[in-house]
Design a protein around this ligand. Sequence first.
Ligand code: C5P
Ligand code: C5P
Ligand code: ZN
Length: 480
Amino acid sequence: MGIKDKKIAAFLTSASDAAKIISKSVEDEEAIRVVSHLDADGLSAAGIIAKSLLRLGGTFHVQIERWIDESLVDQIAAEKPALSIFTDLGSGYLDLLNEKLSDNRILILDHHQPVGEASSAFTQINPHLHGIDGSRDLSGAGVTYFVAKAIDKKNIDLAPIAVVGALGDLQDKYEQRKLGGANEMIVEDAISEGHLKLETDLLFFGRETRPIHKALTYVTNPFIPGISGEEDKSLAFLVSLGITPKSKEKWRALRDLSDGEKKKLFSALADYLASKGFPSEVAMGLLGNVYTLTHEEPWTPLRDAREFTVLLNATGRLDKAGLGVAICMGDRGAALEQANEVLREYRRTITKYLSWLTEKPDRIEELESIYVVRGEGVIEDRVIGALSSILSTSLPNREKPIIAYSKVSGEETVKISARTLVLLTSRGLDLGDIMRVAAEKYSGRGGGHNIAAGAHVPVKDVDSFLKLVNKLVKKQLTAK
Ligand code: C5P
Ligand code: C5P
Ligand code: ZN
């Protein structure tokens, strides 16, 4: 057995230990508390565990949280559920959990870098504990999926939801936007059961739901000057290639184009980019692996796994997390209609802030080693992470991470969302580490992944915090 297989085997053994704890708890008719994270990965994880518990006939309650803090820990300490299952969160907050819940039975199914040691009453299933990279190779939903599959093989039908979770955490960092490592095993499960199709295609967002010219307008990776953000010109570009945007009275989505049309579109875009002086590999960024959930209805945002993640994020960010979990558990119909409405509102919100950001050049401030977006008073804290992710791929200087923040409503705290690219993590940048160290210096809290991290610090300290982050980024990137 190779080293890689050994790591996976050890991780899978830990997942089946967790499965035994869960099955036994249900057998003993205990009331189980599930606490999961608010983003697409967390909601997918919640859906997977909830569906597994439902199938076992368990009694459980799902609670979705933005993060673990004192008040959540106090609440659990007061209620003292027989078993608490934390999914897609927990490992980054072991000290806090140890402090107040050390005699509670807690199961942590997470992929965040563990900070500290877990109390002996806790069982922690985390790929990092077995030398597997949890920021890229397995998501919170993925960890939960392996536990679900160990509970009952039938839960293999939840593999597509774990694929959605991984894509929600932007783990498609392998060549051509592919999921790799342990995630690949989940993709294989989903394909072998006939739930998933994997193909290389144009990566336009909205391939199932947006008119092609709109999808083209929204391409920002790469940013195509004269096309990105310009709907009329995008439409004209398509028409000039002989691609008809409508079939009968209906706008065509990318999914409706023939292979020939897609080839023509790609090579025209490649020629266009070349004519603007871009090196040829830039055009290759338009192509990549597309994950299609074959049992979902065409033209719905659930069919393209990446659109699915945005729908989930929207429900989470706009206080409709329960809807997201229900969809991950298989609800459609009215739940999907409501989720679609939430998605529309979410898109309006994001678009509003993106136009605010581009109105004036100094709204994305460039410091020596970082970019800063000061969103206080403008941007709602619940979408700051999504905006930071969007901005991170289209910064003029790709060698600097973006640090965006906004004020948490009703609190004297700011929420910071930091993002960077593989280009910098491969050179040793670890934003999770920097957020944690810098936040702790100012009596805040921070953490996360090397590529995507966040923090909460008092409003009064934000400038000093940013200065320190700037310094730490520079230090990490010039070390060695
Ligand atoms: O791990 P967690 O689910 O808390 O991640 C939060 C956010 O970090 C995700 O919603 C995603 O936007 C971002 N992320 C990223 N790249 C990664 C992992 C996470 O941009 N490799
Ligand atoms: O909130 P945001 O999407 O920016 O979070 C990015 C990553 O940082 C997530 O994995 C989140 O769990 C982590 N984070 C953290 N501590 C905070 C804020 C965010 O560990 N105070
Ligand atoms: Zn996650």
